[in-house]
Design a protein around this ligand. Structure first.
Ligand SMILES: C[S@@+](CC[C@H](N)C(=O)[O-])C[C@H]1O[C@@H](n2cnc3c(N)ncnc32)[C@H](O)[C@@H]1O
Length: 210
């Protein structure tokens, strides 16, 4: 079944509503950034929120904050004492998430770290319950390598853009496409992990550490 724009609207209308603050964040992302398409969609945001509520994590790690849309969706499910560490290296866009985190109900629970995730992840010393991978595709495997030992048994990694606009089934030999194909292959082959790919938006893998 093809997801037409009309069906997409129907799905959104019959799912949880996008919170008002997130509507404003999305608008500002489109007005003020050069790559607004990077922001999570409404449906994806509600899925992240619901999954986070089901898990009720104590510690979430997000790789790739951008304007903070997914951070705020994931934060909705944090346990009472939980927190989210979100990492981004883009200093130019950082003023947007900072503003919205402050305005949100989760300002005390969000630890926004500016810098390269490859250097920041090794400094995380607490057990991680939930990871959202949404940064440079070439490093997805490295992120999993760094985060797996920190992830508790039963912990979840959500990895975005796993179908890469359908390019994963094409013979394109593009660097990013090849990196995602290799990621999908290695995650499937890793006996310490369980994985299911959801065909939502650009594809989201739900990966569980056994
Ligand atoms: C697709 S956007 C994230 C979108 C956001 N998670 C959302 O749902 O709205 C990817 C972000 O990853 C960041 N990024 C890319 N490579 C990174 C790295 N090595 N360390 C930290 N951030 C990185 C980029 O600056 C960009 O803001």
């Amino acid at each position: 079944m093809e997801l037409t724009p009309v069906l997409e609207r129907y799905i959104e209308q019959n799912s949880e509503d996008e919170p008002v603050l997130l509507k404003a964040l999305r608008r500002e992302t489109y007005q003020k950034t050069t790559q607004p398409h990077m922001v999570s969609g409404v449906l994806q945001g509600r899925i992240l929120s619901l999954l986070s509520r089901i898990i009720s994590p104590r510690l979430i790690v997000e790789i790739g904050t951008f304007t903070g849309y997914a951070t705020l969706c994931l934060a909705e499910g944090l346990s009472e004492t939980g927190k989210i560490i979100t990492i981004d290296k883009n200093a130019e866009t950082a003023y947007i998430p900072k503003k919205y985190f402050k305005e949100s109900a989760f300002s005390e629970k969000i630890d926004f770290k500016e810098g390269n995730a490859l250097e920041i992840i090794p400094c995380i010393n607490e057990p991680v319950d939930l990871v959202f991978l949404d940064a440079d595709k070439e490093n997805y495997l490295k992120y999993v390598e760094l985060l797996k030992p920190r992830l508790r048994s039963g912990g979840i990694i959500l990895a975005d853009n796993i179908l890469w606009k359908g390019k994963v089934v094409m013979e394109l030999k593009e660097k990013k496409t090849e990196a995602i194909k290799e990621f999908n292959k290695q995650i499937k082959e890793d006996s310490s992990l369980e994985v299911v790919i959801l065909p939502i938006r650009d594809g989201i893998s739900i990966i569980r550490k056994k």
